[in-house]
Write a protein that binds this ligand. Sequence first.
Ligand SMILES: [Cu+2]
Length: 319
Amino acid sequence: MAFSLLANSFMPVAGTKIAEEVDTFYAFLLWASLVSFIILIGGMVWFLVKFKRTSEGQKSAFITHNNFAEFTWSFIPLVILMVIFYWGWELFAKLRTPPENVAEEIHVTGMQWAWEYKYKNGRTINSLSKEPLNVPVGKPVKIILTSKDVIHSFYVPAFRIKQDAVPGKYSEVWFEAKNTGSYVVFCTEYCGTSHSNMMIRLNVMEQDDYVAWYHGDESVGTKSLADVGKELYINKACASCHSLDGSRIVGPTFKGLYGKNREFEDGSSAKADENYIKESILQAGAKIVKGYPAAMPVYQGQLDDEEVSALIEYIKSVE
Ligand SMILES: [Cu+2]
């Protein structure tokens, strides 16, 4: 839109379609505020001058109130505020909700003072190596964030996304980059002396190049997170209570669990996302699935963060 032109020249490049929409919204806010400011302050100054009391006495009529004027100056701002609310709400939902067809999921872990990126196939990179976070262009990418120590925050100005990485919890952001290129990622939560080391590069690659890079480097021979999870599923005895084929053993099956709506003995319910699965594994008693006994052992202290992530990825892969 035309009004976005001037306002947007103050913004960093917009690397995603949603970033452009955010900017248009921002421009609307800026222009709406500017117009309101001019009408309000301009009107005030104009009245000050026009109705200035002189030696001849008061120049205006004596008016105590005017229903029509009062209604109008309340109603018009109400409409504008509702527009701002609705528009902002819609954009926020878009920014927060990854689409169904997420092409790439990358686990990104913050730590003092680096980021670690772990890809689905097990490829793990620490940002201290100065390697960028590689992603493909034109595909929805989901970043699953967590932290090993204190709160960090993953901020990509060009994509207008920012999300805290909190220890002991998963959070997520997603984006679909429009163009290839290199973008800056900042940690925006002051996390100690070398906080500034957490500035990294996000490298948006051509899809073919990305695939080649992703599958290249066979020498590493890393196992994927889900593979590690599969071994844990057997070694930690999950298999004795959870089936993969939909049948009931002691506990519910893992088949299709991820994303499913769960109902609990206390009548509450929740969606089986990463945080729910994590809680189910570590603190089995916290939520008891309806129709099942509270028979699951507590794994808190027996599984480290990596192992929990691996189990989650494995459960997600059982469809
Ligand atoms: Cu940090």
